[in-house]
Design a protein around this ligand. Structure first.
Ligand SMILES: [Zn+2]
Length: 268
């Protein structure tokens, strides 16, 4: 994938492509093969079986509102000494988490970078399915406002379902989890395993949009979230072992948009 070296909004980009529908482009591979995905999951499970030190698994690296792709929407998992931390909850996060073999009881905290659906649409369902699969109710969530209200609203809408399953499975009902809204750059949380810091990034019109840095005892991992190239991200990633950065594959996006236009989709 290529890094976006200068700012082009998705909307502007899509509009430009729509305005030049006759330009021929080479097809780019948009869909990972299912067998490759299965092989990657098997490798992740093997690596996570008796992990030494911190492990990072990219559960989903796809973006945009496109269901049905083998490469799921944005989500990441970090594991250290039996504790699991999730960054972003795009469509597929729950299945992908399960496929790593890490138990849901290990899940400690969830971090949302910003409120585009491909980063948060499965936040509530992850909690719901996690709850029936052994997740502890002490899970905490961190992310930009209105994460608090979104969480309360989700639990309200899911209450009948939660009550049915609590009765069916004879387990305590899932309660609203502890939520911390992050509005700015700075310290986010620290537990006995990891220290987390946020950075404000630029992803208009979504405000605030965040990146995060996780400092584990043995390594540091930074996430840009969705952003233009930004000095603040370089700063928060300074000295980190890994930076997970947004990238845009322009040729692949162009192919996809042309296919949508050919199929009669409206582009605004
Ligand atoms: Zn986004």
């Amino acid at each position: 994938m290529q890094y976006a070296r200068h700012f082009v909004s998705r909307r502007n980009f899509l509009t430009r492509i729509a305005a030049a529908p006759t330009l021929a482009v080479a097809a780019a591979p948009m869909v990972a093969r299912a067998e490759d995905v299965d092989a990657a999951a098997a490798r992740a499970r093997a690596a996570l079986k008796a992990p030494k030190g911190t492990k990072l698994v990219l559960l989903g690296t796809g973006s945009g509102p496109v269901p049905g792709l083998a490469r799921r929407m944005a989500s990441n998992l970090m594991v250290h000494n039996g504790a699991a931390y999730v960054v972003d909850c795009g469509l597929g996060v729950t299945d992908q988490y399960a496929r790593t073999g890490i138990p849901f009881s290990a899940l400690r905290s969830i971090f949302i970078t910003h409120h585009h659906p491909d980063h948060n649409v499965e936040y509530g369902p992850l909690l719901m399915i996690g709850w029936t699969s052994g997740m502890r109710q002490s899970v905490r969530a961190y992310g930009p406002p209105p994460l608090m209200q979104m969480t309360v609203d989700y639990f309200r809408s899911a209450k009948p379902t939660i009550d049915f399953w609590a009765e069916d499975f004879r387990i305590p009902p899932l309660q609203t989890i502890e939520v911390h809204e992050i509005r700015d750059s700075g310290p986010v949380m620290q537990d006995d395993i990891v220290k987390v810091t946020s950075v404000l990034v630029q992803h208009p019109p979504v405000k605030p949009a965040l990146g995060y840095r996780f400092d584990f005892p043995d390594r540091s991992i930074a996430f840009s979230g969705d952003t233009v190239a930004l000095e603040a991200v370089a700063q928060i990633a300074k000295g980190a072992d890994v930076l997970v950065h947004e990238a845009m594959d322009f040729p692949a996006i162009e192919v996809f948009v042309r296919q949508q236009i050919a199929a009669g989709a409206a582009v605004v």
